[in-house]
Design a protein around this ligand. Structure first.
Ligand SMILES: Cc1cc2nc3c(=O)[nH]c(=O)nc-3n(C[C@H](O)[C@H](O)[C@H](O)COP(=O)(O)O)c2cc1C
Length: 228
């Protein structure tokens, strides 16, 4: 029997169209496509969207909106697409130790309708997923890899992983550190690092980060296909 074509949705929660987050997500998309998935790339900054209204329409018993975000705005069709996808990869730059506001809004409205307040005897979620999926987070940031744990980024950013795992069962996170932030460092008020240090780090590490992003997209689709 011919295998169904899997779907991968890439969510770009950053404002810059061609910088670190977008480049890494494009690679993740390439990996997903090479693994045979039909892919879509969504830029949250192109949409007019808000976070969860706490209306709980997604939790009303026997309601049409049960398990679905009821807010009717530009994010609604994207949520539908993501909910029906096999793989969803969400990327964001880190702003003050957290994902961007747009990314958080997306995660709230994507994960919460699928987050169950009901536990069974084994203490696990009682509502099986209609569309099981692999989710992943990809964060790009200024700080170095050594500071990730020290500054508790893995804990703070890791809470997003917890939300997605609770909603969908699977989530993993890729951290991309010490990114090259400006096109021309000499134009900006900045002396945390030298431009040379940043450039050297980027030249040595960013190509590997892009490869890791590619591998992530590819592997998640392959794993989802193997579980079909
Ligand atoms: C408003 C703002 C806040 C930021 N806060 C942090 C931060 O808390 N930690 C960090 O490591 N980098 C921080 N950065 C740097 C970005 O996360 C980093 O440069 C990222 O790779 C940018 O992604 P982009 O190139 O896709 O735009 C911040 C940048 C901005 C604009």
């Amino acid at each position: 029997m011919e295998q169904r074509k899997l779907k991968a949705v890439i969510i770009d929660g950053g404002p810059r169209k061609a910088h670190n987050t977008a480049q890494a997500l494009q690679k993740a998309m390439e990996g997903a496509r090479d693994a045979g998935a039909e892919v879509s790339y969504i830029r949250l900054f192109d949409l007019n969207l808000k976070g969860c209204y706490s209306c709980f329409a997604c939790k009303v018993k026997n309601a049409k909106t049960h398990g679905i975000c009821a807010i009717r705005d530009e994010l609604r069709p994207i949520l539908q697409q993501a909910v029906e996808a096999d793989v969803v990869i969400i990327g964001s730059p880190v702003y003050f130790s957290y994902p961007t506001g747009a990314t958080r809004s997306f995660i709230e409205r994507f994960a919460f309708p699928n987050y169950s307040y009901v536990v069974n005897e084994a203490g696990r979620r009682a509502t099986p997923l209609e569309h099981p999926k692999k989710t992943a987070l990809l964060f790009t940031m200024n700080i170095s890899e050594e500071l990730l744990e020290k500054w508790k980024y893995t804990t703070l950013l890791g809470r997003n992983d917890v939300a997605l795992k609770a909603g969908f069962g699977h989530c993993e996170t890729l951290y991309i550190c010490n990114t090259y932030q400006f096109d021309d460092y000499s134009r900006y008020d900045f002396n945390l690092y030298t431009e040379e240090e940043k450039r050297q780090y980027r030249d040595e590490h960013f190509p590997q980060d892009l490869e890791r992003a590619y591998a992530l997209g590819r592997r998640l689709v392959e794993e989802a296909a193997a579980e079909e």
